[in-house]
Design a binder for this molecule. Structure first.
Ligand code: SF4
Length: 242
């Protein structure tokens, strides 16, 4: 393990993907997964990453050692999870990765707007999950009321920040139908979101086993594709990720 400097950020690293083209649009990046998420989405395919834990000394030092060997080979690093904004040292880690010459990206569900505000000056790109229309948000993430308002603050922060970002919605037909998806997309476009992605939920392994079962009467992929085609003019970029 690299030397553990007590001044280094402390982050509970759950995993590192050394290289991907999928997690930071148009960039070659590594992804560092941070342990812990306050939400409990039924379709979550990474239940092992949900329980929070304290970071061990040296975990971030190992990531920096990795980055040191990837200078010139990778464009950036993405902080993912779990929920990366759970961690107080996220902004410091993003600042250090940037100082090493990497662009910095973040995947977040947007439920900690204050931490997002602290991190934004050190970020080049954000992927913000939009779980559902506000009225269904708390039910879908399986947590206490009030998180929809926190998420709305995060979206406002991003819209004002000038930092490049996309919104993305995981499509599981237990939670959404074509009508609510259409209304959600148009609402986001009206608020000023220019880049949006619909990601079909992976159902091989889900936190709630009911989400792994087929949904009776669910729309077909063709119907979803037709909706995406109709929505495309509302955005600068709209992607369907299957
Ligand atoms: S899918 Fe939901 S519960 Fe799972 S890590 Fe993402 S935000 Fe957390």
């Amino acid at each position: 393990m690299p030397h553990s400097d007590p001044c280094l950020p402390r982050l509970p690293v759950a995993g590192l993907t050394p290289m991907t083209t999928l997690d930071y649009p148009d960039h070659l990046a590594c992804v560092v997964f941070l342990q812990g998420c306050p939400l409990r989405c039924g379709y979550c395919h990474n239940p092992g990453m949900l329980a929070p834990r304290r970071a061990e000394p040296g975990e971030w030092a190992e990531v920096e050692a990795f980055l040191g060997k990837r200078r010139g080979l990778l464009d950036g690093i993405v902080f993912s999870g779990g929920e990366p904004t759970l961690h107080a040292d996220l902004p410091a880690a993003a600042a250090r990765a940037r100082a090493l010459g990497f662009k910095t990206g973040l995947h977040t569900a947007g439920v900690y707007p204050r931490r997002l505000a602290e991190a934004l000056p050190h970020l080049d790109w954000v992927g913000l999950d939009v779980k559902s229309p506000a009225a269904r948000f708390d039910a879908i993430v399986g947590r206490r009321p009030g998180l929809a308002a926190a998420h709305a603050k995060s979206l406002k922060l991003l819209l004002r920040s000038g930092v490049a970002f996309e919104c993305r919605t995981t499509v599981h037909w237990r939670d959404l139908d074509l009508g609510s998806l259409r209304r959600l997309a148009l609402d986001l476009a009206e608020r000023g979101v220019r880049r949006y992605a619909l990601q079909v939920a992976r159902t091989g392994r889900c936190l709630d086993p009911a989400y792994a079962r087929p949904v009776p009467g669910a729309p077909t992929l063709g119907e979803l594709e037709a909706l995406v085609e109709r929505l495309t003019p509302a955005f600068e970029r709209l992607e369907l990720r299957v």
